[in-house]
Design a protein around this ligand. Structure first.
Ligand code: R5P
Length: 295
């Protein structure tokens, strides 16, 4: 079946590379707004009879991305596409996976419901699965979870020596442990207490020797940078030689970069799941492999 790769704008570079490597047609959409703010969307190539793959990271502008994807998927179907796949390197809203306070929206469920309605399959990379054990808990369509752990491990092997892997909170241990196994070094995890979205404190619960080592802090998401900054301060106190922060999804909002530098982080490295100047790890091969079977 012929494959058409498109994007709503956030993952243009990756979409182009994936299309090139799969020798598939690439045709980005035109997305604009009418003077009153209504969304305008246009396909430039015929989706009829094709599998349309929308490659779109949900950052920046998570709300707009969700809306754009739904409109794009519905339009592709309306124009005769056989199947619509969303490949979202970063899927937003996954952290709001319960009602933390009375009256709150469980945004991850609403996001999934909208996508379940409009697309036929979702592929994403290291989604924030914390209280959900699997994507199946919110998606009724086939949902594929890929992981950048191997690519992150390869990066660490290539660029660092005498390193220890630090997971800044219990949720991140799933990444830290697997990456440490891949690199064959020790890993530790910190216990994080979050007082608010901008105030967290950490404490090491599996103590290992950090003194004189290169501490590599790994996490799925680096957003405001608070979590990593607290872990970095702890590693600095324990005598780490250098401190590196590696994140799958570098949201790096507000003054995150400044905060991380102040906390003693030598370098921040992210994957290009979200395009950012800190990108050092390319996830294109993961999507190419996952989409090869759709050809
Ligand atoms: C949370 O559980 C995630 O794994 C990250 O640790 C968190 O989202 C990072 O957020 P921030 O950078 O704002 O501390």
């Amino acid at each position: 079946m012929s494959l058409m790769i498109t994007t709503c704008g956030n993952s243009d570079n990756i979409a182009r590379k994936v299309a090139k490597q799969l020798k598939a047609e690439f045709s980005p959409l035109t997305i604009a707004t009418f003077p009153d703010g209504d969304l305008y969307l246009k396909f430039h190539k015929e989706p009829k009879g094709k599998t349309v793959v929308i490659i779109q990271s949900f950052q920046p502008s998570p709300d707009q991305s969700l809306f754009d994807v739904v409109f794009a998927a519905e339009t592709a179907k309306d124009l005769g596409a056989k199947k619509v796949i969303l490949a979202a390197p970063y899927l937003a809203y996954m952290r709001q996976d319960k009602r933390f306070h009375p009256g709150e929206c469980i945004s991850s469920r609403v996001m999934a419901k909208l996508l379940n309605n409009s697309i036929d399959k979702i592929i994403t990379i290291d989604p924030h699965l914390h209280r959900y054990r699997s994507l199946k808990e919110i998606f009724t369509i086939p949902a594929v979870k890929l992981s950048a752990n191997g690519l992150m491990g390869d990066y660490i092997k290539k660029h660092f020596s005498k390193e220890v892997i630090v997971g800044p909170d219990w949720e991140s241990y799933q990444w830290a442990e697997e990456i440490a196994k891949h690199v064959q070094v020790h890993a530790t995890v910190l216990k994080k207490t979050r007082f608010s979205s901008r105030h967290v404190e950490v404490k090491m619960i599996h103590p290992i020797e950090i003194k004189g080592k290169n501490a590599v802090i790994v996490d799925d998401i680096i957003s405001t940078g608070h979590t990593i900054a607290e872990a970095a301060k702890d590693a600095r106190k324990k005598g780490a030689k250098n401190i590196y922060a590696i994140g799958v999804h570098g949201l790096l909002v507000e003054n995150a970069m400044e905060k991380l530098k102040k906390a003693g982080v030598t370098k921040v490295i992210t994957t290009n799941c979200i395009e950012h100047p800190t990108n050092g790890i390319d996830i294109t091969p993961l999507l190419v492999e996952a989409l090869r079977k759709e050809k």
